[in-house]
Design a binder for this molecule. Structure first.
Ligand SMILES: Cc1ncc(C[n+]2csc(CCOP(=O)(O)OP(=O)(O)O)c2C)c(N)n1
Ligand SMILES: [Mg+2]
Length: 375
């Protein structure tokens, strides 16, 4: 990709400074809340990695390095907007007030998981306090869903927007192209947030496309395309705010490419040391989004060591307690296999279910870890 760093929309300089008179659009309380949310992502992420390594959960997805994109985008929208996130978007939920324990119920797939244990870990879905659509494992299939929802807002005269988040690899999916095309034609109020984090599992992002980056693809679908520094929370906040404003005014969709970096493996099943060049990782570690935002807050007089200690203690305790609660919550009952599927269960399934429940009563249900996790 020939686009250079100088072409990126950036606000926070390396030393934490910003251009004179730059208006963040966020209050001091919101800026601190954004910082806390990024720390919360790290705590949640680290805890899930340890839980998986200890064999207490089956799977997780590292979020390290991309916190500013997630939180910057969430901070630009309203809780009434609709989110169609990727599996690597812990920060959107955490910034907008989803309690970590609700996310942990999904990680453990327990009886209080909103999907009743039918989804993989990191496949969150919430209706409160935000509209957070169930994560789709197949890459890109949620993109047309977000466009459909946005078109529905337009038809109903509602001023919500939908934000759909996906990776650099996601731009190679059919869902990306059909979603972008429909959104452009319908002028649907949707924001396409492509998180270019350098990798799609072990495929580097410059093997993903022959075009100069991903934002350029917007032109073919008749919408603006913007490339932003994804490790800069304020820059992401600014471009997502502008895209939301355009969408609410009826001016249609925007494609945003946030340049960031996955500072961990693809998932807990991956060993990135096999393919990520150590010097590349070290280069991006210098641009760590959390440290950069911390320097910004310190320059503004909104951060000090005491605050750091307090926030770190709060987020670690919150995540630790959440894991304890979820681990001690029983698994979903066997009968939930059939709940939420049919208004009226067909007789042949009822018979099969009764036979299975009877067998479980006589022999006992399968326990956690009886089957090897397939991924
Ligand atoms: C249709 C489809 N093909 C392949 C996969 C396997 N797969 C899971 S994640 C992934 C990489 C996606 O990369 P990207 O879109 O850049 O997102 P990232 O993981 O970097 O956040 C692939 C290929 C899948 N889930 N769905
Ligand atoms: Mg990627």
């Amino acid at each position: 990709m020939t686009m250079t760093e100088a072409d990126l929309l950036t606000v926070i300089e390396a030393d934490g400074g910003t251009p004179p008179d730059f208006d963040t659009g966020l209050s001091d309380a919101e800026l601190r809340r954004a910082y806390r949310a990024m720390l919360s992502v790290r705590a949640f992420d680290d805890t899930c990695m340890k839980l998986q390594r200890a064999g207490r959960i089956g799977f997780s997805i590292p979020n390290r390095g991309i916190e500013a994109t997630q939180v910057g985008a969430a901070s630009a929208l309203r809780p009434t907007d609709f989110f169609f996130p990727s599996y690597r978007d812990f920060g959107m939920a955490l910034y907008l007030g989803v309690p970590p324990v609700e996310m942990m119920h999904n990680m453990f797939g327990d009886a209080l998981d909103s999907a009743k244990g039918r989804q993989m870990p990191v496949h969150f879905s919430f209706t409160e306090p935000i509209k957070y659509f169930s994560i789709s494992s197949p890459i890109g299939t949620h993109i047309p869903q977000a466009v459909g929802a946005a078109y529905a807002f337009k038809l109903r005269g509602e001023d919500h927007v939908s934000l759909v988040s996906f990776g650099d690899g996601g731009t190679s999916s059919l869902g990306f192209h059909s979603g972008m095309n429909f959104a452009g034609v319908w002028k649907a109020p949707v924001i396409f947030l492509c998180q270019n984090n350098g990798w799609a599992i072990s495929c580097p992002s410059d093997h993903q496309t022959a075009s100069d980056g991903f934002a350029i693809k917007a032109a073919a679908y008749g919408m603006p395309g913007i490339t932003v520094d994804g490790n800069d929370l304020l820059a992401v906040h600014q471009v997502v705010s502008e895209a939301a404003e355009r969408a609410r005014k009826g001016e249609g969709p925007t494609l945003i490419e946030a340049r960031t970096y996955r500072m961990g493996g693809h998932s807990t099943s991956d060993d990135p040391t096999k393919y990520v060049p150590a010097e590349e990782l070290a280069k991006w570690a210098e641009k760590d989004p959390v440290e950069r935002f911390r320097r910004y807050l310190a320059k503004r007089g909104l951060w000090d060591e005491a605050l750091e200690e307090r926030l770190q203690a709060e987020v670690s305790a919150e995540v630790r307690d959440a894991a304890k609660v979820a681990e001690n919550t029983p698994g979903p009952g066997l009968e939930t296999i059939f709940s939420d599927v049919y208004a009226q269960l067909p007789p042949h399934l009822r018979r099969q279910g009764e036979a299975a429940f009877d067998l479980a009563k006589r022999k006992g249900e399968a326990g956690a870890g009886d089957g090897a996790f397939p991924l």
